[in-house]
Write a protein that binds this ligand. Structure first.
Ligand code: GDP
Length: 365
């Protein structure tokens, strides 16, 4: 008797003989689907050996919104931390069309030729382009994408700027543990994302264009103030003269800013990413900055400040999340909001009620 359920005592229950599994049509596909799940220790071991496939999979866990993925990701990050921190972290910003992709490709090749290993990450929460399309980013950086010493990862998609930035910051740690000694964090120069990038890099590079008349128009003062170097792209052909004029304007404007905390005076250079002109002086400037700030202690100070900042960011995120996902809060939030809209209670009373409700609820747990 194949199925005990068919015995007399189980009358009325008939179980048919099962059908054998159909053979896999494409054994390669089956192998891929059954991708091996690594343990956190195996992830760390692979990352420390510089295994790019394992690094990519770990970054995917960092980017995942799933709770179980986050658990594993945090364990990996913690174990990688002692091996991180040794890279030169550079933020690169510029409006769309300024030439970021072209420049990153050329800068990256310049550094790789010096024997460096480069990770290119991005923070771009608004972008359609970044919706997980590695191909998109790889075609933007043609030479680099063929380099084994370059790791290109598009911006984590979806989520708040804070969330996206946190993921990129954690990815930096994994890349450093994997042996990448230079990290670029690219962002589109249009919004708040510069501040996020600034909070995780050592040097902030602003790519600008000449030829728009008043060169300083439209650039947020805050972004210029953050820049350790302003580089004017497309200084080629007929544009050279205009680029030089723009550089002079920027230099004048920078003199009006209060001196930077680092003691470094930002430099303004012109170059052509497309024609590969003036690239070396840019990287000499970055090296000079690194040596200068390491010598005067600012490098270390800034890294510590950033670590502190991320600790508080992380606390704030967790608080916010715990509050808004609290069942008592979730139940009452819309109602209380409506009371405010009906002028029944003030915003402050409403906020206090919600906070009290939350605190009561968690203290009773
Ligand atoms: P992104 O949007 O900032 O990433 O800019 P891209 O790198 O995609 O460049 C935008 C356009 O400017 C492209 O058509 C490039 O070929 C062109 N471009 C980039 N760098 C230079 C340069 O140094 N000189 C000239 N003439 N064109 C450039």
């Amino acid at each position: 008797m194949e199925h005990p359920e068919n015995e007399d005592q189980y009358k009325g229950l008939k179980v048919n003989k099962g059908v054998a599994d159909v053979p896999t049509v494409n054994p390669y596909l089956k192998r891929r689907i059954q991708r091996r799940q690594y343990t956190p220790a195996e992830f760390v071991e692979g990352i420390l050996k510089g295994n790019i496939t394992i690094l990519s999979q770990a970054v995917t866990l960092v980017e995942s919104a799933k709770y179980e993925h986050q658990q594993v990701a945090q364990e990996i990050i913690e174990k990688c931390l002692p091996y991180a921190g040794k890279s030169m972290r550079i933020g690169i910003t510029g409006v769309p069309g300024a030439g970021k992709s072209t420049s990153i490709d050329v800068f990256g090749m310049h550094l790789i030729q010096q024997g460096k290993k480069l990770a290119v990450l991005a923070i771009d929460p608004s972008s359609e382009r970044s919706k997980g399309s590695i191909l998109g980013d790889k075609t933007r950086m043609e030479a680099l994408s063929r380099e084994k010493n370059a790791f290109i990862r598009p911006s984590p998609s979806a989520g708040s700027l804070g969330g996206v930035a946190r993921k990129t910051r954690e990815t930096i740690i994994l890349c450093e543990a994997a042996g990448f000694d230079t990290v670029f964090v690219e962002t589109v120069g249009v919004g708040q994302s510069e501040t996020a990038v600034h909070s995780m890099v050592d040097f902030f590079l602003l790519i600008q264009l000449a030829g728009t008349g008043d060169e300083l128009q439209g650039i947020k003062r805050g972004i210029m103030e953050m820049a350790d170097g302003i580089i004017i792209n497309k200084a080629d052909g007929d544009n050279i003269e205009k680029a030089n004029m723009a550089a002079a304007q920027f230099r004048n404007a920078l003199h009006l800013f209060p001196p930077a905390e680092s003691g470094w005076f930002p430099k303004v250079l012109t170059y052509s990413g497309y024609y590969n002109l003036g690239i070396k002086p840019i990287w000499d400037m970055v090296d000079e900055y690194m040596a200068f700030t390491k010598q005067n202690g600012y490098f270390e100070y800034k890294r510590n400040e950033q670590a502190k900042y991320w600790m508080y960011e992380s606390i704030n995120d967790t608080l916010r999340e715990t509050f808004y996902h609290n069942p008592a809060v979730e139940k009452m939030l819309n109602f209380t909001e409506q009371q405010v809209l009906n002028n029944e209670i003030s915003s402050f009373v409403a906020a206090k009620r919600m906070m009290d409700l939350f605190l009561d609820n968690i203290s009773n747990q």
